[in-house]
Design a binder for this molecule. Structure first.
Ligand SMILES: *[C@@H]1O[C@H](CO)[C@@H](O)[C@H](O)[C@H]1NC(C)=O
Ligand SMILES: [Zn+2]
Length: 275
C-alpha cells in the first residue's frame, strides 16, 4: 500500500513539474540570462565534442538563444567516428540543427586526426584552444557555451573540450569573451526529468550573483524531434534517456571564472564512462 502511495506521489510530482516547465509562469523561472543586452544580440559559440551532444544535452540553451534572436554558431570537434559512422553522424547533426533553427552555415564539424571520438582518445588542450580561438575570431564570437569539468556523462572528450575552452580564455588575448559551462548534476537529478527543475532553481538561488542561470526548455517537442534526426543513435535506450533526462527540460549554466579551473588538469582515464 505504501509503495502505491509513493509511486503515485512521484508520478504526480513528475506531471506537476512537467506542467511547470510547459506552462511558463512564475518568477523563479523567469530568466535574466543575457538580459543586460536586450538590444544587443550576441554571437554565441556552442562547443561540443560529438554530433548529438547538442540534442542530448544543450537543447534548452539552444532554444533559449534562437528564440531571442541571438546568433548561434555550433562547433562540433569530431564527427563521432568511434563506430565508423562519421559521415552519417555528421549529416544527422546538420539535420538536427535545421530542426533547432540553427542556420546550417553556422554549424561546423571537424574531423581532425588528433581529435577522434573515443574513450581512450586524449585531446590536446592547446590544439583545442587554437581551433576554438580561430572560430572566435572568424565569427566575432563574444560568448562561449560548453561542457563543465565533468562533461555531463564524464566522457573524456567532453571534459577535454571544457579544458580547451578554459585554456583559451586564460592563455590567449581573448579575455573579453565570456564562457559559460553546462553544470553536470548527480545521477539521481540527471534522470529525474522535469522534477529536476526544483533542484535547479534552488541551486541557482544559492548563487544570487548572476553567475548561474537555469534555462527552461521552451520547446520540449523540438528537442525530441532534433534527437530523432540522429537516426544512427536513435535506439530505445536513447529515447528513454531523452525522456528521462533533466537536460531535455532544463540547463543550468554557470559562468567560467578566470582562474577557476585547472588548465593543466591531468587526464583521468578512470573517470571515463560511456556517454
Ligand atoms: C598540442 O598541440 C600544440 C599546438 O598544436 C602542439 O604545439 C603541441 O606539441 C601538442 N602537444 C602534444 C603533446 O601533442
Ligand atoms: Zn558526446
Amino acid at each position: 500500500m505504501a509503495w502505491i502511495l509513493i509511486i503515485s506521489c512521484l508520478f504526480f510530482l513528475w506531471i506537476f513539474s512537467l506542467c511547470k516547465i510547459l506552462i511558463p509562469s512564475s518568477s523563479p523561472l523567469r530568466n535574466s540570462f543575457l538580459k543586460a543586452g536586450v538590444h544587443e544580440k550576441r554571437n554565441v559559440l556552442l562547443v561540443i565534442a560529438h554530433p548529438d551532444d547538442e540534442s542530448m544535452f544543450f537543447t534548452p540553451t539552444i532554444n533559449f538563444l534562437t528564440s531571442r534572436g541571438h546568433n548561434l554558431h555550433i562547433l562540433c570537434l569530431s564527427v563521432g567516428n568511434a563506430d565508423g559512422k562519421g559521415d552519417t553522424r555528421k549529416r544527422e547533426l546538420y539535420q538536427a540543427c535545421a530542426v533547432l533553427k540553427v542556420p546550417i552555415q553556422q554549424v561546423k564539424t571537424l574531423d581532425h586526426p588528433d581529435l577522434q571520438d573515443g574513450f581512450g582518445e586524449l585531446w590536446n588542450h592547446s590544439l583545442l584552444a587554437k581551433i576554438i580561438e580561430d572560430e572566435i575570431i572568424s565569427h566575432s564570437i563574444n560568448l562561449i557555451i560548453t561542457f563543465d569539468n565533468y562533461g555531463v556523462s564524464g566522457h573524456c572528450n567532453h571534459r577535454d573540450v571544457h579544458h580547451g575552452v578554459c585554456k583559451l580564455i586564460y592563455d590567449t588575448s581573448q579575455r573579453d569573451v565570456e564562457a559559460w559551462e553546462l553544470v553536470s548534476t548527480n545521477i539521481l537529478r540527471k534522470y529525474s526529468g522535469p522534477v529536476d527543475i526544483w533542484f535547479s532553481v534552488l541551486g541557482v538561488m544559492q548563487h544570487s550573483s548572476g553567475r548561474m542561470h537555469c534555462l527552461v526548455n521552451e520547446h520540449c517537442r523540438r528537442s525530441f524531434l532534433a534527437m530523432a534526426q540522429h537516426k544512427s543513435q536513435w535506439v530505445w535506450f536513447r529515447k528513454l534517456f531523452v525522456a528521462l533526462s533533466s537536460y531535455t527540460y532544463m540547463n543550468t549554466l554557470r559562468k567560467i571564472k578566470l582562474g577557476a579551473c585547472e588548465v593543466t588538469a591531468p587526464h583521468n582515464y578512470m573517470a571515463c564512462e560511456i556517454n
